[in-house]
Design a protein around this ligand. Structure first.
Ligand SMILES: Nc1nc2c(c(=O)[nH]1)N[C@H]1C(S)=C(S)[C@@H](COP(=O)(O)OP(=O)(O)OC[C@H]3O[C@@H](n4cnc5c(=O)[nH]c(N)nc54)[C@H](O)[C@@H]3O)O[C@H]1N2
Ligand SMILES: Nc1nc2c(c(=O)[nH]1)N[C@H]1C(S)=C(S)[C@@H](COP(=O)(O)OP(=O)(O)OC[C@H]3O[C@@H](n4cnc5c(=O)[nH]c(N)nc54)[C@H](O)[C@@H]3O)O[C@H]1N2
Ligand SMILES: [Mo]
Length: 768
């Protein structure tokens, strides 16, 4: 069986490859952000909008989840890519009824995500009726009734799936999960299932809290910061300022990555004259060009060396006091890593042993260590054991719950962490569900719901028939594009609460709705007056976000309003949850949050503090591990996984360019990597190009091979990719997400977390 994904994203353009950049940000960064802003918003709106970004009385940047400095939010805290994210939302371009009258679904389906996104903000709710060729306007009340009728017609609530992307505010997320659980299902897949789920799983198990244990202030206090599997120059640019501060205070930085990413190697701070004019700060002291998926082996080897040195000079490496009083499982872990297989470490990492030793030595010699990571660690089959292995090393050095030290998963979407805190999860713990039931007088279902991959399977197999999404672009962001698209098309109803057009709107169920919503930058007037919302950043800081711009259209409804609208139509007036009141005054939602969500007592008052408040985190705050089985941090012994690639194949990662926000494509350049005007490229080491008998610039089809019963090996194809000779680790290749998503088999997921293996797909490069 051969599955052939759609070829819609073929961009016919002349590829232009220039030497990759040795540094990030600086003048080009600021210039690009202003140019993009003016293009989309005009000069006055650009100046006004950027002035409000990340300010105490302004709105939270819809870019990444990196925190703002506390007490420092009076200084403009934005970056090139944050400004692009804002420009996308605050654009003056509009998609109104005449747009939908002109463009049929068939015509829109031919367009790329890039083109769709460029058309502007959707101004009014639209419906695609069964068999129709065009979306047409619909009244809000009719849209709500239509959803309610379809939901009521299901034979069980578990036939509906409710997706969330990570931009949704805490208030909207809290009400959304309440709607879904009142309806009777835990089918709450979210983007986190494809993102940091592996981090949550590994950290909850080892430390008792599935979140990071450092604050922004810790970074400046660290003497060693290790950045693994992350490209902050593009995806968390404000993190570079923090790294620069740490560096200035004497910290050393290690970058572990198959690619020499510009932001990790050098940084020009646009907010400082020296940064703009000078050569910038050299950030990484050591760059380990690791093979994809080699990090577990690296950290196992580091653990091995640390314990060996401890045996040679007892009391110098292991924090005995911490290990004895606060952890369990140390002996089994020590016995396990004593036996480390060095040949396997060599193969898995591709690093030479001196390099591994040098890095381990830095772990031994530093007294305040922070390890940061993102998708390079979370999207492999063995991601959870990899992150556990990092926890082992951090624990044996006693690097949790003290200043300048800790575990730091760097989240993606600006409120993805908050959405989880508010209950967007298919398996919320009993304590949360019980509190929700008591507060509202409902009975939440107790059986676990479907995650993202589970939802795709259920829709594919006809077991789920209604798909609703608050934000996101499920069709493009999910793995196995052809399978996901077929799954969505098999639904009776697909509903998207969106700001802008995307692929998911044209890959529709029998009936489809697009419900346009106000974005975070926009004013939110309700019955009780102007509202603000709250969000949680990657370091558990909860704070306000208040939109100030005029909404893109008078017909837009806030996410809170849409959730309440659906709920009222579905449950009628006698439901125990007072939906109408809640949607008129967000303080009333926050009162409820304060009684249901752990750590949120007195929520309304605390979010009104100038910088908000920090959610409790026992390991960080008091070195307590009360969330684990025995109230102790857990060392784990993890069998070593080595990804072996058959001859003639490469291991492919799918990653972001500098000019995109997930499936939202801002432009076709990847400036820091020196790629211009092209997205269908595959970056390959020159040695592999020679070995495979290919040439730089040659056109190839990427083919992934996946064993599937009973059919045998299934091939997935992505055509018209251009080979680009690039300095990546040998045996490894890279292509952009979402163009390469068609290659990732739905069943290829991480153990425990079920996250698609977007960073390790075995591929063949067939010449075209
Ligand atoms: N401008 C912008 N900002 C964003 C986003 C965006 O698309 N655009 N997306 C947001 C979201 S949702 C997220 S989750 C984050 C994503 O932030 P990142 O995780 O930085 O995003 P990716 O582009 O997936 O980059 C993965 C990095 O890990 C490296 N890597 C891949 N595999 C491995 C491996 O096996 N080992 C190691 N050591 N390294 C590896 C890659 O070379 C690359 O540098 O960014 C958020 N911020
Ligand atoms: N191959 C591969 N696949 C991946 C990844 C990868 O690295 N490789 N990364 C994964 C990761 S980390 C993530 S987080 C997911 C992302 O998956 P998603 O979160 O589903 O995707 P996005 O592209 O961020 O969603 C963009 C859409 O959100 C809508 N939107 C924007 N702002 C708002 C708003 O304020 N409200 C509402 N309601 N809608 C809004 C717009 O319509 C826009 O088109 O993708 C995952 N998929
Ligand atoms: Mo993400």
């Amino acid at each position: 069986m051969v599955s052939t994904p759609p070829e819609r994203d073929v961009v016919e353009s002349e590829l232009d490859v220039t030497p990759r950049k040795q540094w990030a940000a600086g003048i080009p960064g600021v210039a690009v952000s202003l140019r993009r802003g003016v293009e989309q918003m005009g000069a006055v709106r650009t100046a006004r909008t950027l002035r409000l970004l990340n300010q105490r009385e302004g709105f939270d940047c819809p870019g990444c989840a990196w925190p703002e400095p506390r007490g420092g939010r009076h200084v403009a805290e934005f970056c090139e890519n944050g400004a692009k994210a804002v420009a996308e939302e605050a654009t003056r371009r509009r998609v109104g009824p005449e747009f939908f009258a002109t463009h049929s679904i068939a015509a829109l389906a031919e367009k790329t995500d890039y083109w769709l996104g460029q058309q502007g903000r959707i101004t009014q709710p639209v419906v695609l009726r069964p068999g129709a060729t065009h979306y047409e306007p619909i009244e809000w009340s009719e849209a709500y009734s239509l959803i309610a009728a379809q939901l009521r017609a299901l034979s069980t609530p578990d036939e509906a799936v409710f997706y969330t992307s990570g931009r949704t505010s805490n208030e909207a997320a809290f009400l959304y999960q309440l709607l879904v659980r009142s309806f009777g299902t835990n089918n709450l897949p979210d983007c986190s299932n494809m993102c940091h789920e592996s981090s949550g799983a590994a950290l909850a198990e080892t430390t008792g809290v599935g979140k990071g244990s450092v604050s922004l202030a810790d970074i400046a206090l660290a003497d060693l910061v290790v950045v693994v599997g992350q490209n902050p120059g593009t995806n968390h640019p404000r993190m570079l300022s923090a790294l620069e501060q740490a560096k200035e205070a004497g910290a050393q930085i290690i970058a572990v990555n198959p690619l020499p990413e510009a932001g990790l190697l050098r940084f020009k701070n646009p907010q400082k004259v020296r940064g703009v004019l000078g050569k910038g700060t050299a950030l990484a002291d050591v760059f380990c060009q690791i093979r994809l998926g080699g990090d577990q082996a690296l950290f196992q080897a580091i653990g091995h060396l640390l314990l060996r040195w401890e045996a040679e000079r007892p009391g110098t490496v292991v924090d005995r006091e911490f290990v004895d009083s606060r952890t369990e499982g140390f002996d089994a872990y020590a016995a396990h890593v004593a036996e480390v297989d060095w040949d396997a470490v060599d193969t898995a990492t591709g690093l030479d042993r001196q390099e591994v030793e040098r890095v381990a030595r830095m772990f031994a010699d530093s007294s305040r260590i922070i390890v940061c990571w993102a998708m390079g660690l979370t999207q492999h089959k063995h991601s959870v054991p990899t992150i556990r292995e990092i926890a082992n090393v951090v624990l044996l050095r006693g690097m949790i719950g003290k200043p300048g030290a800790g575990l730091c998963p760097v989240r993606g979407h600006s409120n993805v962490q908050g959405d989880r805190t508010m209950g967007i999860w298919e398996k919320m713990p009993e304590k949360f569900l019980a509190a929700l039931d008591t507060e509202f007088g409902i009975t939440s279902p107790r059986s676990h719901g479907l995650d993202t991959v589970g939802s795709i399977r259920a829709m594919r197999d006809g077991k789920a028939k209604v798909f609703m999404a608050v934000g996101g672009n499920f069709a493009s962001a999910s793995p196995d594009t052809a399978v996901t698209e077929a799954a969505l098309r098999a639904c009776d109803l697909t509903v998207h609460v969106s700001t802008k057009l995307n692929r998911s709107h044209v890959v529709h169920g029998r009936t489809a709705l697009i419900l346009p919503t106000r974005g975070r930058t926009e004013r939110d007037e309700q019955a009780a007056g102007e509202q603000f919302v709250t969000v949680e950043d990657s370091m558990s800081v909860v704070h306000r976000s208040r939109g100030r711009l005029e909404p893109a259209s008078e017909h837009l409804v806030s996410e809170v309003g849409i959730v309440c609208g659906v709920a009222q139509a579905l449950f009628g007036p006698s439901h125990p949850v007072p939906w109408a009141e809640l949607s008129g005054d967000y303080d009333l939602i926050r009162d409820r949050i304060s009684r249901v969500v752990p750590g949120c007592a007195d929520y309304n008052a605390r979010v009104r503090e100038p910088d908000g408040f920090v959610l409790p985190h026992a390991p960080r705050d008091s070195r307590e591990f009360t969330g684990t089985r025995d109230d102790r941090a857990v060392f784990t012994a993890n069998p070593l996984t080595v990804l072996r690639v058959p001859p003639g194949r490469l291991l492919l990662q799918t990653l972001r360019s500098h000019d995109q926000y997930n499936t939202t494509i801002y432009g076709l350049d990847d400036r820091y990597r020196g790629i211009k005007d092209a997205r269908r490229v595959v970056l390959v080491n020159p040695a592999d190009i020679a070995e495979l008998g290919l040439a730089d610039g040659q056109m190839v089809t990427l083919v992934s091979e996946w064993p599937e019963d009973p059919t045998g090996v299934v091939e997935r194809h992505a055509h018209r990719f251009r080979v680009v000779a690039y300095d990546t680790a040998v045996g490894c290749a890279a292509a952009y997400f979402p163009e390469a998503n068609s290659l990732i088999p739905l069943d290829s997921t991480a153990d425990t977390s079920n996250t698609p293996t977007s960073k390790s797909v075995v591929v063949r490069l067939d010449p075209e």
